[in-house]
Design a protein around this ligand. Structure first.
Ligand SMILES: NC(=O)c1ccc[n+]([C@@H]2O[C@H](COP(=O)([O-])OP(=O)(O)OC[C@H]3O[C@@H](n4cnc5c(N)ncnc54)[C@H](OP(=O)(O)O)[C@@H]3O)[C@@H](O)[C@H]2O)c1
Length: 379
């Protein structure tokens, strides 16, 4: 495993961090969804045994607390001592200063840890930042550090560069987590934001490095570009190699859903280095980006922050079918998959236009209009 030094914290973190948001789930007999710990615990422990020392979860993942609890179980038997644990304070359920204190204590209990190493204010955008700032979040973070409940005060981010610049400059943050991959150089915090954090010596942790898996599953026009290149690498390796090139990035989180993916990523990250991308390789990635853009209908990453929809519209499912139809030339399959959504009454025509989804979408998608377009093209 390769490690990266975080000067301001005096620690080293593994270039590959395990992201827990997409841990495999299973249904219990009573119909409740829980994390499938028989699958997830061996994956997390294998990653740690192989040198990963950074794991990321959040209070709200897997439908509330379940992800933290599952990670807490995986970190028993001496594993907790081998890793930095990151979790997140949701901003949307918070109405008072005391709510922040309560949720932090719940997270510590769920995870079974005294101190949370990296505590992030979750998915900040300009609006949620102003809300928690006015509720005293920076005083709360200072107090939590002083009491030893957290070690580092951080934030994760989903908005544009201007909002990122404002938030980054408003407090003495120990780290910022941003959505970054070779498709997002002008989107979200963007390349400019990553460079700004570097100038301020604030380490970057990357989420959605494979754009929620889309960059692993390359369409034929992208595969053709990779195939033409003299050095052969998998789509996953190209995506991680591009990220590891940046000295500003401390850790790239990858959500792994199988042991095979975990093994694969461990091998890939061992081959990746800061500053290793050649000019020809950078040029290849520029062409790959154009090839993806030419076929993408909607920039949904499948993070499911919009779910559950109050009227059971399967928003990420519909956008995934719509994108795949064009990305992978799956015209017939796409229409068949959408017909199933209609039969199951989870299709876009069920949208009541309440807008609950648009308020929480980290990509700021105009979901209501996009659903109408998807329905018109696939019905
Ligand atoms: N703070 C926030 O607002 C926020 C938002 C999003 C994510 N995050 C954090 O960041 C972490 C990483 O984000 P992400 O899970 O979206 O990461 P990602 O790396 O972009 O996507 C993960 C998906 O990529 C696929 N994948 C990973 N390794 C692979 C491999 N070797 N071969 C083929 N496919 C592979 C898997 O998809 P399949 O399951 O389809 O195979 C996996 O579920 C999350 O787990 C979470 O901890 C935070």
């Amino acid at each position: 495993m390769k490690y990266r030094k975080i000067e301001r914290l005096g620690i080293e973190v593994s270039a590959f961090g395990v992201g827990c948001m997409r841990l495999p789930m299973k249904k219990l007999e009573d119909g409740t969804d829980v994390v499938d710990e028989e699958i997830s615990t061996p994956i997390i422990r294998h990653a740690i045994d192989s040198g990963v020392n950074y794991v990321d979860t959040a209070y709200v993942y897997s439908g509330g607390k379940k992800n933290e609890i599952a990670l807490g179980h995986a970190l028993r038997d001496g594993y907790r001592e081998k890793v930095y644990v990151a979790t997140k304070l949701p901003t949307w359920p918070i109405q008072t200063y005391e709510d922040m204190e309560r949720i932090l204590d719940e997270s510590r209990e769920n995870l079974g840890v005294e101190t949370i190493d990296f505590y992030l204010v979750h998915a900040l955008n300009r609006g949620s930042w102003h809300k928690v700032r006015d509720l005293g979040v920076t005083r709360f973070l200072d107090e939590a550090k002083k009491s030893g409940k957290i070690r580092c005060a951080c934030f994760s981010f989903h908005d544009n560069y201007d909002a990122f610049e404002e938030i980054l400059g408003a407090y003495d943050w120990d780290m910022a987590q941003v959505q970054f991959n070779f498709m997002d150089i002008e989107n979200q915090a963007s390349l400019k934001g990553v460079r700004l954090a570097g100038e301020k010596k604030i380490p970057i942790v990357v989420m959605e490095g494979l754009l929620g898996g889309k960059l692993a599953n390359a369409p034929d026009n992208v595969l053709a570009l990779y195939d033409e290149f003299p050095v052969k690498r998998s789509p996953v390796e190209w995506a991680f190699r591009w990220l590891c090139d940046f000295p500003e990035i401390a850790t790239v989180l990858s959500g792994v859903t199988s042991m095979e993916q975990c093994e694969n990523n461990l091998e890939i990250f061992d081959r990746c280095e800061v500053g290793a991308m050649t000019d020809d390789e950078k040029d290849l990635i520029d062409r790959v980006r154009q090839a993806y853009r030419s076929r993408t209908k909607v920039g949904c990453t499948g993070c499911r922050y919009c779910m559950p929809c109050p009227n059971d519209v399967d928003i990420p499912g519909i956008f995934s079918i719509w994108n795949n139809k064009f990305l992978y030339n799956e015209k017939l399959q796409g229409n068949r998959d959408y017909a199933r959504k209609i039969r199951e009454e989870h299709d876009a025509s069920k949208c009541l236009e309440c807008g609950a989804c648009e308020g929480v979408c980290p990509q700021h998608l105009g979901i209501i209009d996009l659903l109408k377009q998807a329905d018109a093209e696939m019905r």
